[in-house]
Design a protein around this ligand. Structure first.
Ligand code: MLT
Length: 259
């Protein structure tokens, strides 16, 4: 008997040629990559995924449990559907954690990695406790309350109003149960630091100069431990650097992909 409520994984794509898969951050969806889809469509078949439960992707369990591995396997399933054996894999923040998991689980399918405003370390005990508070907050009080504390930190210190409005709309559109499950999945993610020295595909690290959540100096130091990694500092970019300064991010990504 067919499943009455199957999980559906949504994605949006532009362009043609080798696949470039974009994985969004927390608590967002594929729409954060709109400028990359239009700006890089001449270089790659650009595919922005909605992780399960986010954006237009669905879940079959109303109280889901996620992991970075599960998200990575969903990305692989989407690539299967696209007929893409390999892809350039680009993830921002939580999307970067998924990209690391994808590298561990599906490394033969990775042509290159683009890591944006992310980090390799696992959560400290204090950060883990914070994830539990986040999960409880969104479950009990909803996304508006989470936005109050987290929203402004996602952008540069003097953000464009259009970026703030667009981000807030995307943020508030996500279901609280999904975002609670994201928080707990991030709490439980493994340390990706031991993988850094083993990465043997080209890597570009893109990071906002004004990232308030993950300061750029730490990102530079991490990127320096990846053999041959390029680093692009994005001026006027906060944690959402590819959205806040798409011109600079696309220029760095385009040059990397053409190279
Ligand atoms: C994100 O933007 O995906 C989150 O800030 C990641 C995190 O909280 O570790």
């Amino acid at each position: 008997m067919p499943n009455a409520d199957p999980m559906q994984l949504a994605y949006e794509e532009r362009g043609s040629g080798p696949a470039l898969v974009f994985i969004h951050g927390f608590p967002l969806d594929r729409r954060m990559w709109i400028e990359q889809l239009s700006g890089l469509a001449g270089v790659r078949r650009c595919v922005a995924v909605d992780l399960r439960g986010h954006g237009l992707s669905t879940i079959s369990d109303p109280d889901p449990v996620f992991s970075m591995d599960l998200f990575a396997d969903d990305v692989a399933a989407t690539m299967d559907e696209l007929g893409a054996d390999q892809a350039d894999v680009c993830g921002l923040s939580m999307g970067g954690y998924v990209a690391f998991a994808f590298w561990r689980r599906h490394r033969a399918r990775v042509r290159s990695l683009i890591l944006c405003d992310t980090k390799a370390e696992a959560d400290s005990d204090e950060a883990k406790a914070g994830r539990e508070k986040t999960a409880q907050l969104v479950r009990e009080q909803g996304m508006e309350q989470l936005w109050e504390g987290l929203g402004p930190k996602l952008l540069a210190t003097n953000p464009k109003q259009t970026d703030a409005l667009r981000l807030k709309e995307m943020f508030l559109a996500q279901p609280p149960a999904v975002i609670a499950a994201d928080a707990l999945a991030m709490r439980d993610r493994p340390d990706s630091t031991p993988d850094l020295g083993r990465i043997d595909v080209p890597v570009l690290w893109v990071h906002g100069e004004e990232d308030q959540l993950m300061p750029i100096d730490g990102a530079r130091a991490t990127a320096a431990t990846i053999s041959g990694a390029r680093f692009a500092a994005i001026p006027s970019g906060g944690h959402m650097a590819p959205m806040e300064n798409a011109a600079a991010a696309n220029e760095a990504m385009g040059a990397f992909l053409k190279g």
